[in-house]
Design a protein around this ligand. Structure first.
Ligand SMILES: C[S@@+](CC[C@H](N)C(=O)[O-])C[C@H]1O[C@@H](n2cnc3c(N)ncnc32)[C@H](O)[C@@H]1O
Length: 173
């Protein structure tokens, strides 16, 4: 299965990343997509790669060792206060955490770490949020939550690459 980032690009989504950007990646897993982002921001940029699962972070450490602009962090993204001394203010937050509370986690990290005018991307898995409601209905509810503090820039349905997933790009007001 291809990365959700690549799926979004294949569907025509423009990723608002520039050389030199600093990114906080939540749900980094084995580092496949964080590695693509590290390439996009170049040597002058940086990617903080965070995941809560020790098993996947072991592999993530190996990937980060090959790139000077990536560093692994083993933390729960639900508790930003526990890693606030490890990272700086960032230009982008990218989140791919398939949890019921994924929007809550996303907003918490944006409030704490994203600079004003910075971009935030969420790979939203609607089935994780509500397994009964249709994906459009879940999206409408999520949009209302996001719009409280963010401007939605684009929404891409990742079908047929990833079913029940939207790739949402927002900007902090
Ligand atoms: C769908 S996978 C991410 C795949 C990855 N983004 C990629 O494209 O290579 C979701 C990841 O989120 C992590 N995760 C789940 N809950 C988390 C939490 N509260 N804090 C940090 N990571 C979490 C899981 O351990 C898992 O590795």
């Amino acid at each position: 299965m291809i990365s959700k980032l690549i799926a979004a690009m294949k569907k025509g989504t423009i990723i608002p990343l520039s050389k030199g950007d600093v990114v906080l990646y939540l749900g980094a897993s084995h580092g496949v997509t964080p590695e693509i982002i590290a390439e996009l921001v170049g040597e002058e940029g940086f990617v903080f790669c965070l995941d809560v699962a020790p098993d996947v972070v072991r592999k993530l450490v190996e990937v980060c060792e090959k790139h000077e602009n990536m560093c692994p962090l083993l933390f729960d993204a639900n508790k930003p206060e526990e890693y606030s001394d490890k990272i700086t203010e960032v230009d982008m937050i990218y989140q791919d955490i398939t949890q019921k509370s994924q929007v809550d986690i996303f907003l918490k990290n944006i409030a704490r770490f994203l600079k004003r005018g910075g971009f935030a991307i969420i790979a939203l898995k609607t089935k994780s949020i509500d397994s009964v409601k249709g994906k459009e209905e879940v999206l409408e509810t999520v949009k209302k939550e996001l719009e409280k503090g963010l401007r939605i820039v684009s929404i891409t349905d990742l079908d047929p690459y990833h079913k029940d997933h939207y790739f949402i790009i927002c900007r902090k007001k």
